[in-house]
Design a protein. Sequence first.
Length: 316
Amino acid sequence: MAFGCDFTQTKQCSYKKLMVGLVFAKLLHMKKIKVYTLQGKWTGDFDSNNKWYKDEALKLKGKDIDLLVLPELFHTPYFPFEENADFFDLAIEKDHPIVAEWQAIAKELNAVVVFPFFEKRARGIYHNSAFVFERDGSIAGLYRKSHIPDDPAFYEKYYFIPGDTGFEPIKTSAGTLGVLICWDQWFPEAARIMSLKGADVLIYPTAIGWMDSEPKEIYPRQQDSWMTVMRGHAIANRTFVIAANRSGTEGHLTFWGTSFVAAPDGYILQKCDPEFLGASYVELDLAETEENRRWWPHFRDRRIDLYKDILKIWAD
């Protein structure tokens, strides 16, 4: 006798046994990850800025953290507000001490860390990049920003060469991570390819905000567009989305913070206030992706035979 009935004698109990077994199997295969995003602002100098981020990260020690995501270019001011050759001096190479410091932090936290940085790849070759560090401090992967903007106060094409890493998810102990960066978030193709290649989570380190010269009545609409497009990626791919934005005012730019995490149905699981500074927490149940894709089988119904025009600049 078990669970209140004899499983060997009735069909009803056999069914109950089957259902209990399926539930236990599901529980065994569920993967939940504890995620923190760090939302910060430029403190005014490199030493205090790096110290603030490191101190905030180390406050998480002992909290069984699985994944920590930092904002885009967090270790520098947002310098692409103008074209200035002196700002190339802010770029760091892969063996820079700050890289080793954050590898050590990943090891101390026993967490996977997404570490965005201004990369000097060679003389005259610069990228907007992100390392992913494993729990032991080793490098799990590298992503280089693919889509580079050139807008008023966001003159990134002057500094960054488009990335050549492609859209390759990075396998880690916290799941398979589809790391993209800021301007990439406006392109559904990048999110789709990462998802088709098995990403459990789409991650967007970001630096986005308003210029002082913009009319304030459009501020809410711009911010809503930013959140909506990434929630759309979550829904269309039935996967989780993490956006880690910076906050604060730098020159004539005000970064709107509002870092958030969306579920596979687009529901906002966690959102920071614009001025919030610090770490925000959410737990993700990666089993939700499987459940969502069974009920909303977007991938099943794709018509890849009809999508050739997507590879053209314009379908004329």
